[in-house]
Design a protein around this ligand. Structure first.
Ligand code: IMP
Ligand code: MG
Length: 180
């Protein structure tokens, strides 16, 4: 796929992300303080850096599992059709579950995943997203915890990609296209 040239402008620094994760981890640890083992479900692939940092701040016994849902392909627009590409390894019936998403954009992915996991009868099901783009929402859904609310910009870094690139940036940056 031939791509237009772009640069990445920093939007959220690595330091701000770490500070916000520390705050959120306190709230999550107290919400699940009575759990005997929290199942933390990362949505692949964009949440892999976030989930790694988040679980290390949680003061709880945790188990980590992953689910892959696809709605974007390699482009910049949601297809609005959510497919489960990889399901959880473990059962969640009767368990406390936290779903970890990178970005809530149109909302199709998170609402589909929550409905799917809810149908498996967990004891408690909560969700967290690092980023929220509320102005893009098409489905009425909101994560229980949000790292940062951002404007309608296409972002990369800290696990998040554009056509499978830039996941390894330590910060969140916005993609800005430039002339050749
Ligand atoms: P939704 O189903 O439209 O809410 O899309 C959610 C998914 O789209 C996220 O999990 C991301 O993988 C992807 N996505 C949404 N916005 C961006 C972005 O700005 N950069 C990269 N991926 C994005
Ligand atoms: Mg995603």
């Amino acid at each position: 796929m031939s791509q237009k040239k772009y640069v990445i402008d920093q939007m959220i620094s690595a330091k701000s992300i770490a500070a916000r994760i520390e705050e959120l981890s306190h709230e999550i640890s107290s919400e699940f303080s009575s759990t005997n083992k929290l199942v933390v479900v990362g949505l692949l692939r964009g949440s892999f850096v976030f989930i790694a940092d988040l679980v290390r701040e949680l003061d709880l016994p945790v188990e980590v599992d992953f689910l892959e849902a696809s709605s974007y392909g390699d482009g910049m627009e949601s297809s609005r059709e959510v497919r489960i590409l990889k399901d959880l390894r473990g059962a969640i019936e009767g368990r406390d579950v936290l779903v970890v998403e990178d970005i809530v954009d149109t909302g199709f992915t998170l609402s589909h995943v929550i409905a799917l996991l809810q149908s498996r009868n967990p004891a408690k099901l909560k969700s967290i997203a690092l980023l929220d783009k509320p102005t893009r929402r098409e489905v009425d859904i909101c994560a229980d915890w949000i790292g940062f609310e951002i404007p309608d910009e296409f972002v990369v870094g800290y696990g998040i990609d554009y056509a499978q690139r830039n996941r390894n940036l330590g910060y969140i940056g916005k993609v800005r296209f430039i002339e050749d």
